[in-house]
Design a binder for this molecule. Structure first.
Ligand code: EPS
Length: 398
């Protein structure tokens, strides 16, 4: 789905390190490693994370593709060390005999354990869960931070906030952007959300969300939720209507759905639009003569029509299921003895929705950077900027 900018990740959750390669970044994009580490730190925040986050303090080591703080146009590779590996080196060595320590033979319902073990013909489900783990998302956030720094050069920004946690809803939704009741500038959204332990914009809802996490923890249970990601200052014309896999909404949906534990993606009104009349759902078109551009009073479409960005903020809402590792385990079966037993328990988080919203931002950045490169081409930032500015001028003169 990503054609101009592509990436790969590798690494096991308790292995030595996570690594990532980003290919297709143009030359001369200013890169700050601090900015990558800032995003990594944001992903590690959030009320409801487990003990692992006290062990890890993720930092990216850029290995290639950047020189004197600027991209070279060559593949960018980076690694993030797993600090926890020191506690796992006898369980996760590259060579040696398998002693069976920490072997997992009881699959967790809702996890990749069982289907993965059958598919890969493994008797130790550790060989599946190590890679299925959402630890992998640290790499995506690091690579997404590179894409984000490229987009920033063109003025495109990305932010997110949590709109629901279990049954508790925030009164704010980016669907209301453009209505008088939405007063928060989008470029201030992240600063506000980052101040909240659950990345929620509303204090009362935030407190209720934290209470739900406490309740789940006390019951040795887990909770999921919903977050919204927004991209603003996005030019008209990213994506295309001409082929199914060029549609920007489809590309974003795939990217969001690929994040571990995500179970639903909506663009703009999403599912809500299906139960209303067309007159309530479609954003009427005006011409704003002062700003010399077409305008809308609402953003029900979430910034995408016909698979093409329309210049309004792109709004994607993503639902995360509760984490599958429960401290009060569900019923399962030992795959060797076939006896009914309680599912495998592994130290885990009670809630990772705030972290997931940061991962959603990274995926949005990667998809949009790819779409920008598809539309404007070019090998260097300068070349892209020239074409980008010419395009913006063309759009204004229509
Ligand atoms: C995860 C289980 C937990 C989480 C982990 C994702 O790890 P552990 O099994 O080591 O306690 O902390 O998330 C991270 C390590 C991370 O960096 O986000 C899982 O099974 O998905």
């Amino acid at each position: 789905m990503m054609t101009r900018l592509t990436f790969r990740t590798a690494g096991e959750s308790h292995g030595q390190a996570l690594v990532g390669i980003l290919e297709g970044m143009p030359a001369d994009v200013p890169i700050s490693v601090d900015a990558i580490n800032h995003e990594l730190a944001r992903r590690q925040q959030g009320y409801g994370r487990g003990g692992r986050m006290r062990i890890e303090k993720d930092r990216a080591r850029v290995l290639s593709g950047v020189r004197f703080g600027h991209t070279l146009g060559s593949p960018i590779s980076l690694m993030i060390e797993n600090r926890d590996f020191k506690n796992w080196h006898t369980i996760m060595p590259v060579e040696g005999e398998d002693t069976g320590a920490k072997r997992v033979t009881v699959p967790r319902p809702g996890h990749a354990d069982l289907a993965g073990a059958i598919k890969y013909q493994q008797r130790d489900m550790r060989n599946i869960l190590e890679r299925a783990s959402a630890r992998e998302t640290a790499t995506r956030v690091a690579l997404g931070a590179l894409a984000r720094q490229f987009l920033q050069q063109l003025g495109i920004g990305i932010a997110s906030h949590v709109v629901q946690l279990a049954d508790v809803r925030s009164p704010y939704s980016l669907i209301d952007y453009g209505k008088p009741e939405w007063t928060l500038p989008l470029n201030e959204l992240n600063a506000r959300a980052d101040m909240s332990p659950v990345r929620c914009l509303d204090h009362e809802a935030e407190q209720a969300m934290m209470a739900r996490i406490d309740q789940a923890k006390a019951n040795r249970d887990t909770v999921g939720g919903i977050f919204e990601v927004v991209a603003y200052n996005v030019p008209v014309g990213l994506g295309s209507h001409v082929q199914w896999d060029r549609r920007l909404d489809a590309r974003l949906a795939m990217a969001m759905m690929s994040i571990q534990a995500m179970k639903g993606v909506e663009i703009g009104d999403g599912l809500g639009g299906a139960c209303r009349f067309g007159s309530e759902v479609h954003d009427e078109i005006f011409y704003d003569a002062d700003r010399r551009q077409f305008a809308r009073n609402h953003n029900h479409a979430g910034g995408i029509e016909g698979g093409i960005s329309n210049g309004m903020p792109i709004v994607v809402r993503v639902a995360m299921k509760p984490i599958a590792t429960l401290m009060q385990p569900l019923q399962s079966v030992d795959i060797v003895s076939k006896a009914p037993v309680a599912a495998h328990r592994e130290r885990s988080d009670v809630c990772a929705v705030p972290a997931a919203s940061v991962i959603g931002e990274a995926m949005m950045a990667l998809v949009l950077a790819d779409a920008v490169l598809e539309k404007f081409g070019g090998d260097s930032l300068n070349e892209i900027r020239t074409r980008y500015d010419a395009w913006q001028e063309y759009v204004r003169q229509r």
